[in-house]
Design a protein around this ligand. Structure first.
Ligand code: RIB
Ligand code: CA
Length: 308
């Protein structure tokens, strides 16, 4: 069994990614730690707990940071809906997080099992940045850190011309993390829009699966599907699920190791990846950037997770 710890700002695509991990026979999800991002912290906790309950998984959900490290929270409810889950009428109230701090859970889970934990991050990097500042020794103790974030080598951005939301929402945290020495594997939004778009044919396949899981995945993507199609895609894209696919089975991923930094501030550079593609800066390559995942590989894994 491989042991995953998932940090999430639980909106619709996060929920599908969490479902993929919870329902995979070879993966044990140690806990979910929640961060504010797509929606506020409490809503993200509700959405995460709803997802674990749907999957019948006895997995603890811990609250983490309610805001970015050095700026006000800016959510993305125009993308995923006010509740982050497609505003499709789910009862997303009344659930409480497990007592404890998400940042402490990240540190303790990794240090208690050196070399055994894969940390998968699906939201802004606030919890991970605070964790690595509090306990730098997690750098040498964690096995893998798979990050849905950034725009890959060439972009584009999805919240500004050149920035992806998770890095843009808390750019200072993203900069701390990319500079930390953590063994990062970045799955950017470029991979999502090239290999994880639920076009009409793939949506029809999801509908034909016709399980509580497939109906859930379709229903919660209602708002983001309209948003994505309105921005020129052939359907809703699934950035967190394809990042989870890389975490679960990286055998079909293509990667390149380059030096990556993240720009901060409040101008057009906010959250933009500064990628040294030809080693011109002399900075040491520090991050594995995923450059391709075959779409059939992703959708086979997604559809399998949605079947009973
Ligand atoms: O840019 C895509 C990322 O931002 C995904 O993780 C999505 O859930 C949002 O958090
Ligand atoms: Ca997310």
């Amino acid at each position: 069994m491989r042991r995953f710890l998932i940090d999430t700002d639980t909106a619709s695509d996060d929920a599908v990614a969490i479902l993929m991990a919870l329902r995979h026979p070879d993966i044990r999800v140690e806990a979910l730690t929640v961060v504010a991002g797509n929606v506020g912290l409490d809503q993200a906790v509700q959405n995460a707990r709803y997802t674990t309950e749907l999957c019948g998984a006895d997995v603890q959900v811990y609250a983490g940071a309610a805001a970015p490290m050095m700026r006000a929270l800016q959510t993305a409810q125009d993308v995923h809906g006010n509740d982050g889950m497609g505003d499709c009428g789910l009862d997303l109230t009344g659930r409480a997080p497990t007592p404890g701090r998400g940042v402490d859970v990240i540190v303790d889970t990794i240090l208690d099992s050196p070399g055994e934990i894969t940390l998968v991050t699906l939201g802004p990097m606030t919890n991970v940045a605070i964790a690595v500042m509090r306990a730098p020794e997690i750098v040498g103790a964690v096995d893998r850190v798979v990050v849905m974030g950034g725009t890959g080598v060439h972009g584009p951005g999805n919240i500004s011309a050149m920035a992806e939301f998770n890095f843009w929402a808390d750019p200072e945290a993203a900069q701390v993390v990319v500079r930390s020495g953590l063994p990062l594997e970045l799955v950017g939004w470029d991979i999502s829009i090239t290999s994880a778009v639920v076009d009409d044919q793939r949506r029809a396949t999801m509908e034909a699966i016709d399980t509580a899981y497939s109906r859930f995945a379709i229903d919660i993507a209602r708002v983001v599907r309209e948003f994505a199609i309105g921005h020129g895609l052939d359907g809703d894209d699934l950035p967190d699920p394809i990042a989870m696919t890389h975490a679960i089975d990286p055998s079909r991923s293509e990667t390149t190791r380059l030096n990556v930094d993240v720009m901060v501030g409040d101008g057009p550079q906010r959250g933009v990846m500064n990628v040294d593609q030809i080693g011109i800066t002399g900075r040491v390559p520090n991050i594995d950037i995923v450059t391709h995942i075959p779409s059939d590989h992703f959708f086979e894994m997604l559809f399998e997770a949605l079947r009973d």
